[in-house]
Design a protein around this ligand. Structure first.
Ligand code: DC
Length: 223
């Protein structure tokens, strides 16, 4: 094989991408790049309302952000300006801020450059919304996961609970639904499957079944 091996994993919020991506990264001994965390960290760092800044202020602020990825598998560490990201960015509020920031072309360009530069030297599984369509269109292995909104909200509910951040289920349905609408309908790099992506509806599948299916597809493309 020449050059890094890239797997892309896209889909809406709460579909189970992160846990599958970490397991795939472990299974294949490659790094895990959580691009949602990059948008979240950007939004968190610049603060509420930054998505309304005028162009020059935004451009200047974006120049100060430097992302790096180290380690491998589920132990991959994404850092912003040398500081590893923490669970502080994992709330639904910061998710919505991230979605607001993600509509801004300058923000996407900055993230695209960072993501491609990481992928140029490192084999990885890249998780996000536009990995297969925009960032790594040449990746040999692309997945797009989907699931019903209510099921996704339930999974996110459990995930937040595990982090010690209890949430309200109905509020989550509303928040995740609104965020998805915004991610699917934005002008730049909207959430959608690449033409050659493998589509998996995970609503009624258990995580093991989905994992084994993805592993088999990667195996086929690796050799
Ligand atoms: O995957 P996540 O929920 O952590 O992502 C947070 C937000 O970041 C998501 O609602 C939209 C944005 N995002 C994006 O626009 N493109 C990506 N590749 C990843 C995330």
């Amino acid at each position: 094989m020449t050059g890094p091996f890239i797997i892309t994993l896209d889909g809406p919020a709460g579909v189970g991408k992160s846990s599958l991506a970490k397991r795939l990264a472990d299974r294949f001994g490659i790094a895990y790049l959580d691009t949602g965390a990059m948008f979240r960290a950007t939004a968190w760092k610049l603060g509420e309302g930054a998505w309304e800044w005028e162009a020059l202020r935004m451009e200047t602020a974006l120049k100060e952000l430097e992302f790096s990825l180290s380690g491998c598998g589920a132990g991959s560490v994404l850092s912003l300006n040398g500081v590893p990201l923490t669970d502080e960015i994992r709330t639904e509020t910061v998710g919505m801020w991230a979605s607001n920031m993600a509509r801004i072309p300058a923000v996407r360009t900055c993230q695209k450059d960072a993501q491609r530069s990481i992928g140029a030297t490192t084999s990885l599984i890249a998780e996000g919304r536009d990995m297969g369509t925009v960032i790594f269109p040449q990746a040999p292995c692309k997945f797009f996961l989907d699931a019903d909104l209510r099921e996704r909200a339930r999974r996110r509910f459990l995930q937040l609970q595990e982090m010690g951040r209890p949430a309200d289920m109905e509020e989550l349905v509303e928040q995740i639904g609104a965020r998805d609408d915004q991610d699917r309908n934005r002008k730049v790099a909207p959430l959608k499957p690449a033409e050659d992506a493998i589509l998996v509806d995970t609503t009624s599948l258990d995580i093991e079944g989905v994992f084994e299916r993805l592993v088999a597809e990667v195996e086929k493309r690796k050799s």
